[in-house]
Design a protein around this ligand. Structure first.
Ligand code: FUL
Length: 494
């Protein structure tokens, strides 16, 4: 006799005596709340830390913004080792690397057909070199994803600010997205400073609204590589509003932007303000998470006299907490030097950052604790509190629709020293929680030790001083709908 799964579960429930078993386990998932990420943005948010590689003629001319009149022979990395660069990035715990394939000076690091201002006209490797190919292949060998930065502003090109340049620029994007394998992110810089070489004109040039034709660029990127995440106002992810790598607190992944503004200004926000970029917009109409770009050195490009100004592992850890720990992504610039290598000072700081993070988050005290939730959706197993400690960001603790301010106790069974918390929402269902608190059991009562707001992709909290306790209580204090919390981790070390 064949029986359906439902009949089977009901029969088993009768046998075990837990008559509600089948009904409990079939509780349906909560509905999504507000704007939600697309699958490609969801994947991108899970990467959390990526490297930026500023490398071009500026590396050799000791500039930050090349004028566009550089000699292609300036580009001459004598010991270029793409594998050393990508191994170093990987040892830093980064998941991807984004190369400045063309910075504002217009010099292209690949043998483009669109301009003579490129590596093809350099004596380096007799004009046969292709830095984009070498680094993209080395990235994949190291197990990293590869991304491209291609500056809209081009201080070299004679056609800049005329319609002819747009054809050139779109073609450069096409070349990069066609010949170098999967590109996880394309970075559109908002800088448009005006003056430049422009084929010898040496003048200021200004561009009008929607000069770059972002609509066409987005369509081109989506057509060539639908999985590529686009950085910039017209795209999927937003600039954080500063270049010091610090997200606002709170920093919502939701945002709102007027389409027309976004087309004209790659860093636009609805109120035109840096503040909205930095904090996002609670309940904003679109999902547009933030990316925190910052350099490991004072400059974006390598400069000899900054070799002793590399950020320390402590400073990098702070940046990690101020970016990833507020739900944003960290894009940490590690610029190759004029030999074409990552300097030892940068490599050391980067790998120490990774080791410290690994140590810090090695042992989750909550995974062996007794978890007790005030409410579980459908009172069954599918959404119970153990989903918080299973290491899977897709499973989550959810409540019934009517219960929006639940509590959860985390009983260690013995006294522990706690110093760091990590929380994550199941963001595929939107950013739901607006405020929460954590209490520690001390001297026979609950004492509030954390009061905070946004969680989203990740919220890291470092207590000013470690707290000694045998149990904790998480209270969701503001959530418009049932919660969907994917992780609550507790760590001892600082
Ligand atoms: C800015 C540029 O002007 C800098 O040179 C650098 O590339 C930084 C990441 O973005 O807008």
């Amino acid at each position: 006799m064949r029986i359906s799964r439902r009949q089977f579960i009901a029969a088993s429930a009768a046998v075990t005596g837990s008559t509600l078993l089948w009904a409990k386990d079939e509780a349906s998932a909560p509905s999504a709340y507000g704007a939600v990420p697309s699958p490609r943005v969801l994947r991108w948010q899970s990467m959390e830390t990526n490297a930026f590689l500023h490398f071009s003629v500026n590396t050799f001319t000791n500039k930050e913004w090349g004028y566009g009149d550089e000699d292609p022979n300036d580009f001459n990395p004598t010991e270029f080792d793409p594998d050393q660069i990508m191994r170093t990035v990987k040892a830093g715990g980064m998941k991807g690397a984004i190369l400045t394939c063309k910075h504002h000076d217009g010099f292209c690091l690949w043998p483009t057909k669109t301009t003579e201002h490129c590596i093809r006209n350099s004596k380096w490797r007799n004009g046969k070199g292709d830095v984009v190919r070498d680094l993209s292949e080395a990235a994949h060998r190291a197990g990293l994803k590869f991304g491209v930065y291609v500056s809209p502003w081009d201080r070299s090109n004679a056609a800049y600010a005329t319609p002819a340049y747009i054809t050139i620029y779109h073609e450069q994007i096409r070349e990069l997205l066609t010949h170098y394998g999967p590109i996880f992110e394309i970075w559109f810089d908002g800088a448009n400073g005006g003056d430049g070489y422009y084929g010898g004109a040496r003048e200021k040039r200004h561009i009008g609204p929607d000069y770059y034709q972002w609509d066409k660029i987005l369509a081109l990127v989506h057509k060539l590589q639908p999985q590529t995440v686009i950085f910039g106002a017209a795209g999927d992810v937003r600039w954080i509003g500063n270049e010091s790598g610090i997200a606002g607190d709170p920093c919502w992944s939701t945002f709102s932007v007027q389409k027309e503004k976004a087309q004209n200004d790659p860093h636009a926000s609805e109120n035109g303000g840096i503040d909205a970029l930095n904090h996002g917009v609670r309940n904003g109409s679109i999902w547009k998470p933030a990316e925190c770009d910052v350099s490991i050195r004072p400059g974006w490009f390598w400069h000899q006299d900054q070799n002793d100004k590399v950020k320390t592992p402590d400073q990098l850890i702070d940046l990690y907490f101020d970016s990833v720990g507020r739900g944003a992504t960290l894009l940490l610039n590690v610029p190759p030097d004029n030999k074409g290598l990552i300097e030892p000072s940068d490599a050391t700081s980067l790998s120490e950052l990774h080791q410290r993070i690994e140590q810090m988050f090695a042992q989750n005290l909550a995974s062996s604790a007794k978890l007790c939730a005030s409410n579980v959706r459908g009172a069954g197993r599918r959404f119970n509190a153990h989903n918080l400690v299973d290491g899977d960001r897709e499973t989550y603790w959810a409540t019934d629709d009517a219960v929006t301010t639940p509590e959860l106790t985390v009983d260690f069974g013995s006294t522990q020293q706690v110093a760091i918390f990590r929380l994550r929402e199941a963001i595929a269902l939107g950013q739901r929680i607006a405020a929460f608190s954590i209490d520690a059991w001390q001297d026979g009562g609950w004492k509030e030790i954390v009061q905070d707001t946004s969680i989203g992709n990740c919220r890291l909290i470092r207590l000013p001083q470690p707290v000694t306790t045998n149990k904790l209580r998480l209270r969701i204090t503001d959530c418009p709908v049932a919660l969907a919390l994917a992780e609550l981790s507790v760590f001892a070390s600082v």
